[in-house]
Design a protein around this ligand. Structure first.
Ligand SMILES: Cc1cc2nc3c(=O)[nH]c(=O)nc-3n(C[C@H](O)[C@H](O)[C@H](O)COP(=O)(O)OP(=O)(O)OC[C@H]3O[C@@H](n4cnc5c(N)ncnc54)[C@H](O)[C@@H]3O)c2cc1C
Length: 382
């Protein structure tokens, strides 16, 4: 991607090597900017690494987390952007675990068809195809599903990725485009001169010069000295991976009450089960009882999972602003230094929204024409 608006060689520092840092970093590097990503951790362990990877705007719209103005539509746009970008990864020979096999949305096992008709209406409002399935059609679609489910909603257009593969693929493309990725390298503060950012200060005392800075430090974005962003609420989520025989891996993502089950491609057969949600919690402790609860909830949906071995458990911290909306755009207002951008607070939908957010941010920095949602998630003036 090259744009006449990009000042070739413009120096950009990105704080954070998760999806919100790496993806705009890639777009900007490919546009001819000189981009460095600073990641505090030695190895990826942020929300992007921990995520399930569902690209599921309808599920989120229904569960309410995405219900604030414009967010469900932004999710649908995110899915559209994903389809285009998945093809780019495929052409580059990079595996991102892309599965465009739809989602099955389930209420309580005995939920009446009326509930699914209501969800189908929401889908139609978002322009998403969805079909209410009666019991027979549901069990034909998901033969391993617990027999007590009487109906469900099938959303063929939703998809999933393996976020850990996505991070590796982005990093490979970013470095191939000339970008510099420094892990184990925390940014301690912004450097500001004459009301404009001029770089960042690193934990080892090195001053790095930059014309623009993107803050994408997940739930810690508001904690960096000089960054005028409201504090974020950390929301911890615990997950687990189960090893299942390939024939036991469901085709579609299954979202049920209390747990979702996300199939992964490749051998051995694997499904991801998630997730808990603990606001104001940012530790990485794995509670075995919580893992067992998640496993039981998954077994109530797919009984064959009772025979599945637990491969691993992990946790991650979702970044959430108080209003549940992401901040994508320039910091502005009397107290904001020029040249400072933020891409943070994507809460439960960051994987879904990552390519769309990157597109908005990189177009803005490159001076390209506004695309969809260009100004909808600007940070409040400060
Ligand atoms: C359990 C779980 C399941 C999820 N499932 C889904 C899903 O299925 N679909 C979906 O769309 N979304 C999902 N999400 C949400 C999604 O993962 C997040 O919204 C998204 O990954 C946030 O990305 P980020 O880059 O802002 O944050 P992160 O991935 O956390 O990246 C921020 C990075 O900044 C680094 N950093 C922090 N401070 C500094 C500093 N001072 N200097 C340098 N680096 C710093 C951190 O080390 C970190 O690597 C899930 C999240 C969790 C936790």
């Amino acid at each position: 991607m090259r744009s006449a608006g990009t000042q070739k060689g413009m120096k950009i520092a990105v704080i954070g090597g998760g999806l919100m840092g790496l993806w705009p970093a890639l777009d900007l590097a490919q546009a001819g900017a000189s981009v460095a990503v600073f990641e505090a951790a030695d190895a990826p362990r942020g929300a992007s690494w921990a995520a399930a990877g569902m690209l599921a705007p309808l599920g989120e719209a229904i569960e309410g987390a995405g219900a604030s103005a414009g967010l469900p539509a932004f999710g649908v746009y995110g899915l559209e952007c994903w389809r285009q970008r998945a093809a780019v990864f495929a052409r580059a020979g990079l595996d991102i675990g892309w599965r465009a096999k739809g989602s099955l949305l389930l209420g309580a096992p005995d939920a009446a068809a009326g509930l699914y008709a209501e969800w189908a209406q929401k889908a139609a409002g978002l322009g998403l195809e969805a079909h209410v399935l009666d019991g027979a059609a549901l069990h034909r679609k998901a033969p391993h599903l617990a027999k007590n489910f009487k109906a469900g909603l099938w959303v063929p257009g939703e998809a999933s990725v393996d976020p850990r593969l996505v991070l590796s693929a982005l990093r490979a493309m970013f470095t191939a485009a000339g970008g510099v990725y420094q892990s184990g390298c925390a940014v301690t503060r912004l450097r500001i001169r004459g009301g404009k950012v001029c770089g960042v200060m690193l934990a080892d005392g090195t001053a790095f010069d930059a014309d623009s800075v993107i803050v994408a430090a997940g739930y810690e974005s508001g904690a960096i000295e000089g960054v005028p962003v409201e504090p974020l609420i950390p929301v911890k989520g615990q997950m687990l991976a189960l090893c299942v025989p390939p024939e036991g891996v469901p085709d579609a993502v299954i979202r049920a009450e209390g747990a979702y089950i996300v199939p992964r491609s490749g051998a051995p057969g694997r499904v991801i089960v998630g997730a808990t949600s603990a606001p104001h919690c940012a530790d990485s402790h794995i509670d075995p009882q919580v893992s067992e609860d998640l496993r039981s909830k998954a077994i109530a949906v797919l009984p064959d999972l009772a025979k599945a071995k637990v491969l691993s458990s992990w946790s991650g911290v979702r970044p959430r602003f108080a209003d549940g909306r992401p901040r994508i755009g320039p910091c502005h207002g009397a107290n904001a230094p020029q040249g400072l951008y933020v891409n943070a607070g994507h809460y439960r939908n960051g994987v879904l929204q990552a390519p769309a957010s990157a597109q908005i941010l990189s177009a803005l920095i490159m001076g390209a024409a506004d695309g969809p949602f260009a100004k909808d998630f600007y940070p409040p003036a400060c």
